[in-house]
Design a protein around this ligand. Structure first.
Ligand code: HAM
Length: 418
């Protein structure tokens, strides 16, 4: 028996309805805000992720599915979507048409993390990006859209955490202060932190190892080092969130696990998910475009962990499962072949008619219709065919009526749409 690869999973009917509803709700909301879908490849050159996410991050150091293809080129299963969207924007010179692009994509990402509840090696993201706009109002709008989506999906007990990481002008001063602090604590830090601290001290702030967290709890905050432009940007964000009635928490310890961020960063965290409490993460990456060889244009965005969102959404899959409008219990070969035509026509007319072709007994068919939650059962056998009328049973009221076979689709529509 061949089993799934560890950290990978199937999303089965019964669960998938919730995913479909989430996706429908998200897409309709994003489109009302003018976002357009983009589909990007699952595979990219490894270098794209290494340069975007950062060589010193856990993702690039330890978690990517990277391999050499048959010609020896290093390629990687995408661990996230932002880098590819930026690559596409640069490659197709989309900015020449209109620098401001509002895009979303939904699909699988791959990270070789230690699997546990809420953490998979293939997981799904709902990713949203705004390219070419540096305004703090865009960040606020993204957060508003997110919070609205979570409300529509009946998500409870989440909080919005925000922070600023400053820009390339104010960060060097902060990095210097942080490095000094880290060096005074190096004995208490894990080996990853000690290895990364000189090249990339911000990574130490993001370390999840408890002893590192403890050692770093009084670390200097970048919020004390913001220059006046970054301070204004952060103040504008806070003010806009207040204007939009979005409660937020300023979280000085928030740094995010990817290197490309500048200025605004944010996370939506859930109270229920334990260690995997980040349902969504995002922020600005004003330098990434340039780093990847494109124009010097700003950008911002977020990605929702679809798997985690599906778990905490209050939507009930059982309410979303599509039930047959009518279940056709056809008894005998002749009835089945007639009913096949009817069920095909009904599907074209927008009626879901489940036709059981197994040839089993009426009792077995009635049981199945009941299990599937059919609204009506249409019973058709040799006798009914001869009489020219079938029996239609209302599964709720248990009332039965006879329905003419001549023009049966129209006859059924009249009853079903009553
Ligand atoms: P991220 O924080 O790495 O950001 O991932 C975003 C979300 O994906 C997380 O908050 C989490 O819900 C989900 N996630 C991450 N890893 C896993 C996993 N192994 N299993 C299940 N869910 C997971 C990014 O990926 C950025 N690209 C977000 C972004 C877009 N920033 C700007 N634009």
């Amino acid at each position: 028996m061949i089993q799934l690869v560890r950290g990978f999973r199937d999303i089965l009917p019964g669960e998938i309805e919730r995913w479909q509803e989430i996706e429908k709700t998200a897409v309709s909301l994003f489109e009302n805000f003018g976002f357009k879908e983009i589909r990007i490849p699952i595979l990219e050159r490894t270098e794209l992720f290494a340069r975007s996410i950062g060589e010193d991050t856990d993702i690039v150091e330890k978690e990517m599915y990277t391999f050499a293809d048959r010609k020896g080129e290093l390629i990687t299963l995408r661990p996230e979507a932002t880098a590819s969207i930026v690559r596409s924007y640069i490659q197709h010179k989309t900015y020449a048409k209109d620098p401001v692009q509002k895009l979303y994509t939904i699909g699988p990402m791959f990270r070789r993390e230690r699997p546990q509840k809420g953490r998979y090696r293939q997981f799904y993201q709902i990713d949203v990006e705004v390219l070419g706009d540096e305004s703090a109002y865009v960040d606020a709008l993204l957060i508003f859209m997110l919070v609205t989506l979570f409300e529509r999906l009946l998500v409870k007990d989440v909080s919005t955490h925000i922070n600023s990481l400053g820009c390339s002008k104010c960060r060097p001063d902060f990095k210097a202060a942080l490095s000094e602090f880290i060096n005074s604590k190096s004995a208490a830090l894990c080996s990853d932190c000690n290895r990364r601290k000189d090249r990339n001290p911000l990574r130490v702030l993001d370390c999840k190892v408890p002893k590192c967290r403890e050692a770093m709890k009084d670390a200097p905050s970048i919020l004390d080092s913001l220059d006046s432009d970054c301070q204004k940007h952060f103040d504008d964000l806070k003010q806009s969130l207040e204007d939009l009635n979005i409660p937020y928490i300023i979280d000085k310890s928030l740094v995010r696990g990817l290197d490309y961020y500048t200025r605004t960063i944010f996370e939506i965290q859930s109270r229920y998910e334990g260690a995997q409490n980040a349902i969504c993460g995002g922020g600005r990456y004003d330098n990434l475009m340039k780093t990847l060889g494109g124009p010097d244009l700003p950008a911002t965005g977020f990605a929702i962990g679809f798997d985690r969102l599906a778990e905490i959404s209050g939507l009930q899959s059982t309410d979303l499962v599509k039930r047959p409008d009518v279940f056709i219990a056809a008894l005998g070969e002749k009835s089945i072949s007639k009913a096949l035509k009817w069920s095909c026509r009904m599907a074209l007319e927008g009626i879901y008619a489940e036709l059981d072709m197994s040839g089993r007994s009426l009792k077995a068919l009635m049981k199945r219709a009941d299990r599937m939650g059919a609204g009506y059962v249409l019973i058709i056998g040799e006798q009914e065919l001869m009489d020219g009328s079938a029996v239609l049973r209302n599964m709720k009221t248990k009332e039965q009526e006879s329905i003419g076979i001549e023009g049966i689709v129209e006859n059924l529509k009249k009853v079903l749409l009553k």
